[in-house]
Design a protein around this ligand. Sequence first.
Ligand code: KG4
Ligand code: ZN
Length: 329
Amino acid sequence: MKILGIESTCDETGVGVVEDGKAVLLNLVSSSVNLYKQYGGVVPEIAAREQLQAIIPLLDAAEDIVDFNLLDGFAVSYGPGLVGSLLIGVETAKILSIVYNKSLYAVNHLLGHVFANWLKPQRTPDFPLISLVVSGGHTDLLFMKSATDYKWLGGTRDDAAGEAFDKVGKLLGLGYPGGPEVERISKEYDASLRFKLPRPMIQEPNFDFSFSGLKTAVVNVVGEVRNNRSRICAIAHEFQHAVVDVLVSKTLTAAKTFGVRSIVVSGGVSANSMLRGKMIDEGEKNNFIVHFPDKKLSTDNGAMIACAAFYNRMKVDPLKLYANPSLHF
Ligand code: KG4
Ligand code: ZN
């Protein structure tokens, strides 16, 4: 079964075709991220205009590779996200399904991230599992019995993990998006320069997160060392370490509480090497099987949407699908 997935929730436009929920036949992504460097964050109006510019050329390029008449359906992430960006993908997918007379599948963008882990056919996760979604807009823990039966356990009460990386990147005078930049300069850190930052909510008996206090703690230490490169690297490293400690601790507690064997991590922050290393080490020490998507499939793309549609099968009437910016699990 071949599904074409469209992703347009924020600043990436993605078109991907996936066969039987595992083989990526194509995955084209156009990103407008470089346009926001001067603003330090996505500008929704610009992102929507860029989605509009990108979607048709990407579909044209996809049609050169895959005959749309041979597809079994179209899928689209219909939320959560920025309303202007979402509209472009949702309306395009509706029209395609009508013109080609194919099924249309609606996909929660966050489930799309989760199913990026099924695009590694040699090692796919087994249910039941605990899923951690860490992106620019979300930090969520899920208990999943199957692709269609899942329970939200908790999430961030303020900033998402990726958002905290982006804000701290800005505070440290790094480029946007902050996540990859914080990771890059953390590698230069000098272990003799010690900064201790808090691990918010790590001991609390729930599955919620809070990262805005950690950002404030960075504001307090950064004021003293603004022009000192090696100290900036040390702060970046300690900040990253604090976020990773909280994410790993809460995820392992959830896995133990729900008695699962598999842990599945996804979303843009799952590209972070320290998170990957620590979750895998600690998980394996506790006999869990830990899954991360390929790094290039961690950030927004169309293949993950096509894959989620294959497993989740939420078939909808194209005339009744609407973008839902505040969609939750
Ligand atoms: O999933 P994604 O592409 O978009 C959303 O759905 O939000 O995630 C983007 C987020 C940004 O906040 C970015 O800073 C973060 O993922 N990110 C990282 C890394 N790569 C991307 N955060 C930490 N370390 C990274 N290597
Ligand atoms: Zn995303």
